[in-house]
Design a protein around this ligand. Sequence first.
Ligand SMILES: Nc1ncnc2c1ncn2[C@@H]1O[C@H](COP(=O)(O)OP(=O)(O)OP(=O)(O)O)[C@@H](O)[C@H]1O
Ligand SMILES: [Mg+2]
Length: 405
Amino acid sequence: MPLSEKYRPRTFKELVGNDSVKERLKQWIGSWLMGKKQKPILLYGKVGVGKTSLAHVLAKQYNLHMIVISASDIRDAEHIRKLIPTTTMRKTLFGQMPVILIDDVDTLAYSSREDRGAVPAIAQLIRESGIPILLTANDVWDKKIASIRQLCELVQMKAPSYKQIEVVLKRVVKEEGIATSDKVIETIAKEANGDVRAALNDLEARRLGNRDREVDIFTLIKMIFYGKPIKEIANKLRLVDEDIGTIKLWIDENIPAFFNVNDELADAFNWLSKADVYGGGTYEFGRIKKTGAWKLYRYVPALIAAVSTARKESSSYGRFNRPAYINYMFKTQYLRNMRDAVCGKVSKRLHMNRREVWEDFPLYARILLKGGEDSKNYFRLDDKEWSFIKEVVEGKHGKSNHHKG
Ligand SMILES: Nc1ncnc2c1ncn2[C@@H]1O[C@H](COP(=O)(O)OP(=O)(O)OP(=O)(O)O)[C@@H](O)[C@H]1O
Ligand SMILES: [Mg+2]
């Protein structure tokens, strides 16, 4: 799960910025709960500022039963009309107030074909339903949704400041145990330009290639391979802020270069595999501590450290390699994030399955590029995404098996 999903805010406090919007929503739902009918609220604002999240937080904090309508489940107007009778009920079976979320109503207007009339159907739903309705949109002034807009109270969500984004990043960094610096966090927060999702994706992309962390890992690996006492290594290992799976990758990668005698090699790998068995794979220290599984886990550092005992006088001193896998992940993680972002925007606009766009990406990249500025604007692609598309078309990121055409 991407960090941005994993750390979707759960409370009003975790959702940074837009305090007055939060207050307005609380008032609004308060009135509904007292039996006073209110106009639907249309939350609008830039991508990744927390529109969808805020709707979910409200539902959660007020124990509402939320029905979500988004572009991906709308096929036609009929689909929406079928919902209307259910939306006149005031309470659900469990006594919860229902609320409808019509997410990304602007793209929804594009995603259904005109003749199928999703927009009039939504307008009808708004007029006839007796329950709270929230809507979200990026482009609230789009002509296509004018008839819906008229029926709503417009509430703008502003982009959080970089300071506020820093708060989000710091929470994630802490909970994930990511080793990074305040400077890096500040840079990410500033570069995000108010888009919190982008900031979290950026953090995730850098996570695998963080140099600060590698300094520590180098020290640790050196201690292991130069045969320092196990106790010292085990202590260092506990301090290294890195998940055990990654540490093992480093050891694995470097064993062949440092243990040049056959039985040394076998011995080293043997210890490493024992660490695997006791470690249960890729647990992280932080998580282990929380769940209490550390009782078993405390053997692992000693076992990894014991790899060092496989080293004998005869062994050579070589150069350390960064595991190929980490290099690979660092590169592909970034590419995947970019590709994901573009696919998300394109599939939203075209009402397509995200996977379809993903699989035929090189083809879509060509079409997008051909459309020039117009398609850049239409799909709301930013400069980074646009240059990524160019690079794909130029073949910089390798040939894709899926290319048709
Ligand atoms: N104000 C915020 N506080 C904390 N996290 C946020 C905030 N806004 C966005 N995020 C993070 O970014 C992710 C995406 O946010 P969300 O889906 O709410 O954005 P959105 O405004 O609905 O964007 P879009 O226009 O693309 O639908 C969230 O899962 C969360 O991790
Ligand atoms: Mg949204």
